[in-house]
Design a protein around this ligand. Structure first.
Ligand code: T3D
Length: 257
């Protein structure tokens, strides 16, 4: 079904593996489309309660495939047709999305990691705003997310200087949810994804919506959104289960409903 990714669902976790390792998982239109479709598929699958995006081989993603760039391509159109639908799908996804950044994340590969809700990295990971080295500007919503995560000054520094930063530096900047040892990579990623997949999925989706909305709306609009979100959360089976488990002094068994 997919040409450039691997797609697997196991125990509530959908794993999307970018699978063009010879180019360090560089983006072609096909890869953009496959990621978008896979996130959409996972979003619509009630068995899926968490999504992991990672890369095959030694890299996470090296950004646009520079060997597949049309000579007279209009990059604005490339973004609108290939990259924007992909990051929009992640932005709108109501389930938690983890970037398991197994190696270098360069250019739009960095952007892909930023579009996710959580980032896990190891000492093998690194991040580079490669765009400036080829005379381009960060794209695929890169500069929408990055200043919110690490502030304007550090964003300017990374985007303009284009220096590669280590996972440790990324951790110091506040980019990472978790910095783990590559020796325990799969266990750590699986444990974190499994933890999210066992949580009240609808509440996570509502938290995601509230955080994202908070950047663009007034305080009073936010309060209204909060009341709406809490109403929805309060009607879920997971809320009922959470309260009952508290009263019973046991661990809740959330179903994501
Ligand atoms: O449509 C549009 O064009 C607009 C949208 C733009 C979005 C963007 O993402 S622009 C930014 C594009 N990406 C880059 O500029 C990054 C280019 N790659 C690198 O800077 C380096 O490869 C890395 C820092 C990512 C990793 O360096 P290193 O030393 O670990 O690996 P390497 O030796 O450079 O690469 C290994 C192989 O992957 C190599 O192929 P080979 O020689 O073994 O056959 C290399 O050519 C290939 N590769 C790496 N990145 C790309 C790539 N092939 C095609 N496209 C790439 N982006």
């Amino acid at each position: 079904m997919y040409e450039t990714i691997l797609y697997n669902v196991d125990q509530g976790v959908a794993t999307i593996t970018l699978n063009r390792p010879d180019s360090l998982n560089a983006f072609t239109k096909q890869l953009n489309d496959d990621v978008r479709k896979a996130v959409k598929q996972a979003s619509g699958d009630s068995d899926v309660r968490c999504i992991v995006i990672t890369g095959a081989g030694r890299a996470f993603c090296s950004g646009q495939d520079l060997k597949d760039v049309g000579e007279s391509a209009d990059f604005g159109e490339v973004l609108r047709n290939n990259y924007h639908p992909m990051v929009r799908e992640i932005e709108r996804c109501e389930k938690p999305v983890i970037a398991a950044v197994n190696g270098v994340a360069a250019g739009a590969g960095f952007s892909l990691a930023l579009a996710c809700d959580f980032r896990i990295a190891s000492e093998k990971s690194s991040f580079i705003q490669a765009f400036i080295h080829i005379g381009l500007v960060p794209d695929a919503a890169n500069l929408y997310y990055l200043p919110k995560l690490i502030g304007e000054a550090k964003t300017m520094e990374l985007a303009v200087l284009g220096d590669k930063i280590s996972a440790e530096t990324a951790q110091q900047y506040g980019l990472l949810t978790k910095l783990v040892s590559s020796d325990n990579w799969e266990d750590e990623v699986n444990a974190f994804a499994g933890r999210l997949a066992a949580m009240p999925t609808k509440a996570i989706g509502l938290i995601k919506r509230s955080i994202k909305a908070s950047w663009n709306i007034t305080f009073d609009e936010y309060l209204e959104k909060e009341a709406y979100g809490q109403r929805i959360a309060g009607l879920t089976d997971d809320f009922e289960e959470g309260v009952q488990a508290f009263i019973d002094k046991r661990k809740p068994a959330f179903q994501g409903k």
